[in-house]
Write a protein that binds this ligand. Structure first.
Ligand SMILES: [Zn+2]
Length: 377
């Protein structure tokens, strides 16, 4: 037995209910019986929807990467391996347009709901004539459009549907380590895939092994400046509290302070809000959006955050501090967090600091990655 949707072949996951066999590995998406025919989702693409424009012109390096991407897609999948802030989305636009021009179906899938919303708005201004459809948990009444922007999770609604699928942040949660979800995502595509990522973890490497692909690499940001390399400090918990107070007191800029757990967010917020204008955010906090907006608008200079702010968020002119005292963050996460600094064409730079656990392997891997990326400048 094999589940056509998530690819599971492990017999212990198959269960016989009153109506027939189903697969428990992917039942969390929706229950389908094994004998059920999975159908692709059909809809029409409008005409002339492929016209696009950018707010800024692409740099030469971005143009070159964009052309290469389009050329490879004629035959193979693409691994778009770019540093944070290199403009992955912009690089994929010409490829998306070429599919839309032929009336073919395209989806752009990314891990987080917040990013789906932000990115949909960006695509509306890039493709002014296209109907851009955001699809995420709690927002899936309309599933068709000219360009679908969705969370990876929602791809289960589109079995064998897309001619081009862009899997952005393919090394991140929730795809990371979730084979069933990864297979569902891949099964949403009947054509070519652009796997887009800053770092390649073992899970993604394994998926890529089975596919015919070519890499497009871009380790230079549009500003041409190197990625910020953090100052590393090793301290115990109590000294960290004092040291952090000192750093926040000294700095003139806004700063995201990444912490390992929600609990750390709340505790540190309660402590430091006695001395500094600060706020906090984690994924299931009710006033998540308000707090992020208040920080973005400068009402608070500091925000304590879990990995919820790690990706897709661009706030100009900030510093980043990472509190990784137990060594909880992996290479990809650390690289993404540091990648919040110095984004955009202007790239005003910014300081980065990591207070970590001595000898942590993932921190060392992240440092080697930054060195590799910066050496290509
Ligand atoms: Zn399944």
């Amino acid at each position: 037995m094999k589940c056509l949707r998530c690819g599971n072949e492990d017999p212990s996951y198959f269960y016989k209910g009153s109506k027939g066999w189903y697969c428990r590995k992917c039942v969390r998406f929706s229950r389908i019986l094994l004998q059920e025919e999975l159908e692709s989702f059909d809809y029409e693409i409008g005409t002339d929807v492929d016209e696009y424009r950018f707010a800024y012109e692409l740099t030469d390096a971005q143009k070159k990467a964009s052309d290469k991407c389009l050329a490879i897609l004629q035959e193979k999948d693409v691994l778009l391996h770019c540093v944070c802030g290199a403009g992955k989305t912009e690089i994929a636009v010409a490829s998306i347009a070429s599919y839309l021009a032929r009336g073919l179906k395209v989806a752009y899938a990314i891990p987080r709901k917040e990013v789906v919303i932000e990115l949909s708005e960006r695509f509306v201004s890039i493709f002014p004539k296209a109907r851009v459809t955001p699809v995420y948990g709690g927002h899936h009444e309309r599933l068709s459009g000219d360009l679908i922007v969705c969370t990876c999770h929602q791809l289960y609604r589109y079995f064998q549907t897309f001619d081009l699928l862009i899997l952005d942040e393919a090394d991140a949660f929730p795809l990371k380590g979730d084979e069933a979800l990864f297979n569902i995502a891949i099964n949403a595509c009947k054509g070519k895939i652009i796997f887009s990522t800053a770092t390649i973890d073992t899970g993604l490497a394994k998926i890529l092994k089975g596919r015919d692909y070519e890499s497009v690499e871009l380790f230079v940001r549009p500003s041409g400046k190197p990625l910020p390399v953090p100052k590393l400090v090793y301290l115990d918990r109590y000294l960290t509290l004092f040291y952090l107070a000192y750093v926040l007191h000294k700095t003139q800029r806004s700063c995201i302070i990444f912490v390992e757990k929600r609990r750390d967010c709340r505790i540190l917020y309660r402590l430091y809000s006695l001395f500094f204008p600060c706020t906090y955010v984690y994924s299931d906090l009710d006033k998540r959006r308000e707090n992020i907006e208040a920080f973005r608008k400068g009402r608070y200079r500091f925000i304590f955050a879990t990995t919820v702010l790690e990706r897709g968020i661009t706030i100009p002119g900030i510093d980043v501090i990472i509190l990784d005292l137990k060594g909880s963050f992996d290479e990809g996460t650390i690289v993404q967090m540091l990648g919040r600094v110095g984004r955009g064409i202007s790239n005003e730079g910014g300081k980065t600091l990591l207070i970590g656990k001595y000898g942590d392997r993932e921190v060392n891997k992240a440092m080697s990655y930054l060195e590799m990326a910066n050496s290509s400048l």
